[in-house]
Structure formats: structure tokens, C-alpha cells
Ligand binder design. Structure first.
Ligand code: PGA
Length: 246
């Protein structure tokens, strides 16, 4: 099974500069085994695709569920494809929480991505209240079930387990929590014929916790926010993933 380490820059750019970041990441020895994906803000997609020269895959952080038309401020899957994207993040918790994206919209976005040949990185995960109240599995079941029923078949789907309470907090899920939840997620994906998807973990992944998280059974990579903004820390996380598969 493949593996992936994806950088989600959110609405930020690397302090060292985009060019220096890419130069530093693609300049190292490549591991064909662990795909590097970078998700910059929209205006930087083409630059990333150009600078990456095929050594990195480019992802958008969001897309429209529509193909074209009067949707001010939106970008379609076909346009992302033309801009050099191969992947797109769908259903990130910041889209769900700040912009009110629900499971059905997420499903329509998954379908739009798939119909343009983009690989969606489909994000799911519970809040602190749900985890504390024992509602994690129920929520994941709803997020997966509703979106995938709307989306239909999505070739090459990647799923990212991102507990909301671990995102940007410095407080990552423990290896035990990740192992247990990834197993539940694979269970929930099985009826959709997706037991073998690439399943990422995201939420405060850093160089100093990457190795122990990479060693967890069922973790095929990471979706990294804050620690992806400097090439040094991103490369350390990538290396941890590569080493865990050696
Ligand atoms: P973080 O973000 O690594 O800064 O916690 C992860 C994400 O939002 O994908």
C-alpha cells in the first residue's frame, strides 16, 4: 500500500519563501514509497507544480462542488486540474467549522473532485466533547457514511483522520488513540469497498512525535499543518515516515 506525507499550509506561506522550501524538499534523496503532497493557497498552485517538477504532488485546500458558473469566489475541480493539482483536501475541519460545510456538501465536493480525476484527501474527525462523551465512532460513521453515499465511487480516495482537538493545539492524539481510531475508520470504510485506502493521521504532527505515530499499525502517512511551514521540520516528518516503512 502507498504512503503519503502532505503539507497543508492553510492561509500561510513558508517564512523561508516558497522557492527555498521547494528547493530544500525536492533536493533530497527521493523515496518513491512515500509521496510528498503540498497544499498551498490557491494563487501558488501553479508555482508549486512548476517548481516541484513532478517530485512533489500539488493539492488544493478546497474546491467548489460545481463545474462552472456564477459562483463568485469559487474554484472548480477542472480548474484545479489545469493549474497542476493532482490532489485536493476535502472536508477539512476548518472548512466544516468556520465555513459551515456539512457532510452532504463534503460528499458533493468528493464527487466533483473524482469526476475531474483529482484524488481527494477526505478529512474526518471528532471534537473534544464528542471524544470525551464517547461519541467518536458515531460521528465518524456519519461523516463517512453520508459523504460517501452522496459521492458514489471515488477512485484513489485518501482519508485523513484529524481529531479537531489535536489540530493546531500542539496536543497530538496518542499512538493508542490513533491506532484504535484508524482501525474503527477502516471498519467503517469496508462496506464501501475502501478498506485499503491510504489513511493519514493529522493533528499536531511534529518532528518529535512523527516516529512514534508513523510506527502505529494502520497509519499510512500524515497531513501536517503548522510543522509543514518550514522545510526542515517537514523533511524530518517525511523522513520518519520513510524510516517506519524501511
Ligand atoms: P496542525 O494542522 O498540524 O497544525 O495541527 C493539521 C491540519 O489541520 O491538517
Amino acid at each position: 500500500m502507498g504512503a503519503m506525507v502532505a503539507a497543508n499550509w492553510k492561509m500561510n506561506l513558508p517564512p523561508e519563501g516558497v522557492e527555498a522550501w521547494v528547493g530544500s524538499v525536492v533536493g533530497r534523496e527521493e523515496s518513491e514509497d512515500v509521496l510528498v503532497v503540498v497544499a498551498p493557497p490557491f494563487p501558488f498552485l501553479t508555482q508549486l507544480a512548476h517548481l516541484g517538477g513532478g517530485a512533489i504532488s500539488v493539492a488544493a485546500q478546497n474546491l467548489s462542488e460545481h463545474e462552472a458558473g456564477a459562483y463568485t469566489g469559487e474554484v472548480s475541480a477542472g480548474m484545479l486540474d489545469r493549474a497542476g493539482c493532482s490532489h485536493v483536501i476535502v472536508g477539512h475541519s476548518e472548512r466544516r467549522q468556520i465555513y459551515g460545510e456539512g457532510d452532504e456538501l463534503v460528499g458533493r465536493k468528493l464527487r466533483a473532485a473524482a469526476s475531474a480525476g483529482l484524488v481527494p484527501i477526505f478529512c474526518i474527525g471528532e471534537t473534544k466533547e464528542l471524544r470525551d462523551g464517547g461519541g467518536t465512532r458515531g460521528l465518524l460513521e456519519r461523516q463517512i457514511g453520508t459523504a460517501l453515499r452522496v459521492a458514489g465511487t471515488v477512485d484513489g480516495l485518501v482519508v485523513a483522520y484529524e481529531p479537531v482537538w489535536a489540530i493546531g493545539t500542539g496536543d497530538n492524539a496518542t499512538p493508542e488513540q490513533v491506532g484504535e481510531t484508524h482501525a474503527q475508520i477502516r471498519d467503517l470504510l469496508t462496506p464501501f469497498g475502501l478498506a485499503d485506502v491510504i489513511l493519514l493521521y493529522g493533528g499536531s504532527v511534529k518532528p518529535d512525535n512523527a516516529a512514534e505515530l508513523a510506527a502505529v499499525e494502520g497509519v499510512d502517512g500524515f497531513l501536517v499543518g503548522g510543522a509543514s511551514l518550514t522545510s526542515e521540520s517537514f523533511k524530518a516528518i517525511w523522513q520518519a515516515m520513510v524510516s517506519s516503512r524501511a
